[in-house]
Design a protein around this ligand. Structure first.
Ligand code: PLP
Length: 900
């Protein structure tokens, strides 16, 4: 038994008053085995092996090796020193260590343990349950609060934790749990199995644990040439109890194994540094190929922030799934350098399948219940040359059929993950997409070589602007002024954008020069995390954007959003080379949701190119050769696809706006109209589609007066502060308008005439309140008085933030075309820009890829750019050349559009 303190090897006194010595760092402590209270009589520089069962004499320090042995004492002293512990004990294996600890328990005690523990730990706990009268609760320790229901101050005697867990690398907040336990059951002992990290990377005693144990068989030894268990603690009483058990049961580590373990420990830090650096490379390689990888070093690993708080590195164990157990078995069997073996922590790299090896002792039902995938492969990285390890793994993946070598669209050869036939629903769907011949293409390459033409509407707020900020419900609807985007294949390893209506802005990037090392990909089927990856945003902004674009805010933000999605969606080695051209038939920056419709278009185009979404297979033609998929294309795009687009459009909106409400992108994707109430107020928050919304004709007039939304919103807030009753009254009145508008718009019984008259009245009333809130503008009042003047007598209100921007005028069905033209002319002459549009129409649209006329069928028929311009006309060429006012009609003329 070692009883020591960290001052045993004191940091030497300063040699000069000017340069004081620092305390020794970890690797120095590891390499320095020195115990002042056990000096060797000959000054041997390596601790000798006292291979002796007995010691002569009475009252000596040692008498019998079961009770104590000098080699063991040296080792225990050394281990205590590097573990921030005052006591260390060494026994014959990791399980012997746990067994020693568990003997603290008495019948009737309760243990709370994780639900993703090492298999042997489960086995011994199960034995204790049936033979020791101890109750064991397995809980999800990754959620610290899940323990609370089980902590009983009288019964909970022990809490047993592991972090990261093995083999799923789940992170447990050891510090927080220790605090919870100490507050609620002060007598309970918090025990941590630290084998996955070793004392170099994590020292749980510093975070509130009472006892820590390690399987010394792993990193501490490092060579797989011994079995050992190490127990450390700071409490004298616990140490005494466990030392008693070791002496009584006789499971202490033998002198020869103590010698080997001491020798291994000296190189712990240097081995671990190398091993975890390579582990990160392996994790990144698998991640980039599109496998689901569990490794705390990956930026999206759940609870990574917790791990960073309690540990100093990510270790050298990782695991990944392939989607197919047989495929996993083939991969494991195909490696040469990676040895098939249980265990980890050795200088040699190992590969295994936990469900058939280390965790086979857990029955299959429990494995499934605990979410342990049968196809999981665990990799334990050693110190071999990283290039050899990556090469061997890549060859095994290739030989097993998990990846194939294909030419990318840029004709560079790269590995691409093949989707197993019996994979997840998503992987099956992706595969179906790739081979869906009815779509007219058979490979991912052909998906990338097609021109995809997409569009999405802008939005207007019909009622409730400004009031929505204070918890009132707003009504928003799509406007049929749309953003359009076309992807056109390139074959030169570049990706480019052309924002025609932002001053004709263009920029192109060499794909390989993009900052790929800053990307943590979002896997197919996974949602983008709630928070943007700021590392990637920064890398794009600082390393991919030219100084010229940095000075053009709209083009800059749109480029960042596009590149962010392009890079974070990349999977399976695919990095398509293409150009994305965008047109906007709605004014940019006028409060009509132009950014959201851009976001929806960019997200859709990228999701299609990456085969992350797929249009439904073409239905069989009926006898009259007419497609009955939907009415005028409406509802031809399935809701699940629209939702996926909406999630990504929201990500793009975050880049463009920082903190969007999600209304604009929802309208851009789903079309129609919806009501929206912010969270944090008395009304039920959320977005609710207004069913049965009838498309209405509106005149949208851009005042061309720029606004400052933030300032206008702040102005209303200030007014509310000064005159709370007055503003509260206005807000209540606006809420009534929104409620009434929702009722009117959704009422199937209401005649068109009554609907229009009632809406007109609400428009005038709402505008009146907005004037009182101080957000109108002379230009908006001029538009209002023109539209209200005889013979038009139309109702107009500002829309959006006000202070300039746009006004909306409801156009009754009976207003003649001539009058309308005249009114629009009159508005134009006072330098406003009127647009006649319908509100509440279709959402996201994709030009149908089925049965396209030959002229539009892009590669394989379309020649590469180098082949000259004699081939079929590219959509893009006509698209960028059209006048803005012609784009919509031209797009409609191209063929059938599929809408949400
Ligand atoms: N704890 C963990 C996390 C392990 O992985 C292992 C062994 O694989 C043990 C404990 C048990 O250690 P030993 O095999 O030395 O008894």
């Amino acid at each position: 038994m070692a009883s020591t303190n960290l001052q045993d090897i004191p940091t030497p006194e300063p040699e000069t008053p000017y340069r004081p010595r620092q305390p020794y760092r970890f690797s120095t402590q590891c390499a320095t085995v020195d115990n002042p209270s056990l000096k060797d009589q000959y000054g041997s520089s390596s601790v000798p092996i006292y291979q002796s069962a007995t010691f002569k004499g009475v009252n000596g320090q040692y008498d019998y090796s079961r009770s104590g042995n000098p080699t063991r004492s040296h080792l225990e002293h050394h281990l205590a020193k590097i573990s921030s512990a005052s006591h260390a004990l060494v026994v014959s294996s990791g399980m012997a260590a746990l067994d020693t600890i568990l003997r603290i328990l008495k019948p009737g005690d309760e243990v709370i343990a994780g639900d993703d523990l090492y298999g042997g730990t489960n086995r011994i706990l199960a034995y204790l349950k049936t033979h020791g009268g101890v109750t064991v609760h397995h809980v999800d320790t990754t959620k610290p609060d899940s323990l609370l229901d089980y902590i009983n101050p009288d019964k909970t005697a022990m809490v047993l934790l592991e972090s990261p867990t093995n083999p799923l690398l789940k992170i447990v907040d050891l510090a927080r749990i220790a605090t919870h336990v100490k507050e609620r059951a002060p007598n309970a002992v918090v025990v941590v199995d630290n084998t996955m990290m070793s004392p170099y990377l994590q020292r749980p005693l510093e975070h509130g644990a009472d006892i820590v144990y390690d399987s010394g068989t792993k990193y501490l030894s490092g060579h797989h040439d011994l079995m050992a268990g190490v127990i450390t603690c700071n409490r004298d009483d616990l140490n005494k109890q466990m030392a008693f058990v070791i002496n009584a049961a006789g499971n202490a580590l033998t002198p020869f194994d103590c010698f080997l373990l001491l020798r291994g420990t000296k190189t712990l830090a240097i081995r671990m540094d190398r091993q975890q650096t390579t582990a990160m490379l392996v994790a990144q390689m698998l991640d980039c190929l599109g496998f689901k990888v569990h490794y705390p070093g990956l930026i999206n690993h759940p609870n990574r922030d917790v791990h960073d708080r309690i540990a100093h590195g990510y270790g050298a164990v990782l695991s990944f799934t392939t989607g197919d157990k047989a495929l996993s078995e083939r991969i494991v069997g195909a490696t040469r350098l990676w040895g098939i073996s249980v265990s980890f922590g050795c200088v040699n790299s190992l590969i295994s399948m936990p469900c058939v090896m280390s965790h086979a002792s857990i029955d299959p039902a429990t494995r499934a219940e605990r979410g342990l995938p049968e196809d999981l492969i665990r990799l334990c990285v050693g110190i071999e040359d990283p290039a050899d390890l990556l090469d061997d793994l890549e060859r095994a993946l290739l030989e097993a059929g998990a990846i194939t070598l294909t030419a990318g669209a840029d004709s560079h050869q790269r590995f691409v993950r093949t989707i197993p036939s019996e994979g997840t629903a998503i992987s099956r769907a992706v595969q179906k997409l790739a081979y869906n011949e009815s779509m007219g293409y058979t490979t991912e390459r052909e998906v990338e070589d097609r021109e995809w033409f997409v569009s999405a509407p802008g939005k207007v707020i019909l009622f409730g602007e400004h009031a929505v900020v204070h918890g009132v419900t707003a009504v928003a609807a799509s406007v049929d002024l749309r953003c359009y985007g076309i992807t056109t294949p390139r074959h030169d390893g570049k990706v480019s954008v052309h924002f025609v209506d932002i001053d004709g802005f263009t920029q192109e990037w060499e794909i390989d020069d993009l900052p790929w090392n800053a990307v943590t990909p979002v896997h197919v089927g996974d949602a983008h995390p709630d928070v943007l990856d700021s590392k990637l945003v920064d890398a794009i902004t600082t390393r991919a954007l030219s100084s010229e674009v940095l000075e053009k805010p709209s083009a800059r933000q749109a480029s960042v959003a596009f590149l962010y999605m392009y890079m974070i969606m990349a999977h399976g080695g695919r990095r398509p080379s293409f150009n994305f051209s965008v047109r906007a038939t709605l004014p940019v920056g006028a409060g009509l949701g132009s950014s959201a419709s851009f976001s929806a278009c960019a997200a859709t185009a990228l999701l299609l190119l990456y085969s992350r979404i797929q249009l439904p297979a073409q239905p069989a033609p009926t006898t009259d050769n007419h497609l009955h998929t939907s009415h005028e294309g409406r509802r031809a795009i399935p809701p699940a696809l629209a939702e996926e687009v909406n999630r990504w459009a929201f990500v793009s909106e975050k880049i463009l706006h920082g903190n969007p409400s999600g209304v604009d992108n929802s309208v851009a994707v789903f079309g129609g109209a919806l009501s929206y109430t912010r969270a944090g107020f008395s009304r039920k928050p959320g977005m609710v589609p207004i069913q049965g919304f009838k498309s209405l004709k509106f005149l949208l007039t851009d005042s061309r007066v720029p606004r400052n939304t933030k300032q206008l919103v702040a102005g209303v807030a200030a007014l509310k502060e000064q005159e709370p009753d007055f503003v509260e009254g206005l807000l209540n009145a606006i809420q009534h308008i929104s409620d009434e508008a929702q009722r009117l718009l959704a009422d199937p019984e209401l005649s068109r005439e009554v609907l229009l008259t009632s809406l007109s009245a609400l428009i005038d009333e709402n505008h009146g309140y907005l004037v009182k809130l101080g957000v109108s503008h002379p230009s908006l009042e001029a538009i209002r008085s023109k539209t209200a003047s005889p013979p038009y007598a139309l109702s107009t209100k500002l829309t959006g933030a006000g202070g300039g921007g746009c006004a909306v005028t409801l156009v009754p069905d009976n207003l003649s075309d001539a009058s309308l033209r005249e009114l629009m002319g009159a508005l134009s002459t006072i330098s406003f820009v009127p647009y006649l549009t319908s509100v509440g129409g279709s959402g996201l649209g994709i030009l149908s890829p089925y049965n396209q006329p030959q002229r539009l069928a892009t590669p394989p028929e379309t020649p590469r750019e180098s082949e000259g311009a004699d081939g079929p006309e590219l959509l893009r060429d006509a698209f960028v050349g059209k006048a803005t006012s012609e784009v919509s009609a031209w797009a409609d003329s191209l063929g059938r559009w599929l809408f949400v």
